[in-house]
Design a protein around this ligand. Sequence first.
Ligand SMILES: [Zn+2]
Ligand SMILES: [Zn+2]
Length: 262
Amino acid sequence: MNTKKHIQIYTLFSGSSGNCTYINCGGTEILIDAGAYSRATEKALNSLGSSLSSIKAVLVTHEHSDHIKGLPVISGKYRIPVYAESACALKIKGVKPFLLNTFTPGEEIEIGPVAVSSFRTFHDSSSCCGFVVKYSGHSFGYATDTGRLSDEIYQNLLPCSAVILEANYDRDMLFSGSYPHFLKLRIASDTGHLDNDRSAELCAFLASHNTKRVLLSHLSAENNTPEAALRAVQRSLADCSCQLSVDIAQRFMPTELVDLYV
Ligand SMILES: [Zn+2]
Ligand SMILES: [Zn+2]
């Protein structure tokens, strides 16, 4: 009998049109965010051999619609518990109170054999979190929607072998692009999004420690390209002579971070 456990982590949707990540740790299945509608999410899960009826929990980073627009129906129809930071939970509408659980960043949540810890990111929402998922001796990190990085973010991601990390915009493309000035400032602010260069610096740091693979995610369709994001990371890796497998999360298609048997 095959006693090996399947670990799968895939982004299902990524970007300002919707964000959702699927995690399967030996049969315990979790979503981070539900930023696509129920039917599209079900279809994406089906393509990986899963379905919404198998999901045990949805972890929420923050209340912006690209992260929770599918949440009320997905949670309500399939009776899936939702976990959100307390201030964020107050802003979430349409989720049945008995399904809504709150946490404080730093606190560990247990979902079956999976331990999830959270840390603060910096974004213009009521609060915003990243996550570290621990299972069977492995750690995986998730950090998007952050205008800046902190020691806490670095330290939380440090032990992770694989990380989903925001690379939202290329600074030159943003400031020479067509967005209104106020929006450019909002995106580039300390509570906006992470640009390619800072994402690349973090990649080099992680690669020089425990991280083997990074999926760059939440790329802006207007102010970034997959090539620009990858170039920034390759430059940064060349500077530190580090090895890292890097890929880009597709906007509307499942993209693999991890798919292995342990
Ligand atoms: Zn946001
Ligand atoms: Zn977002």
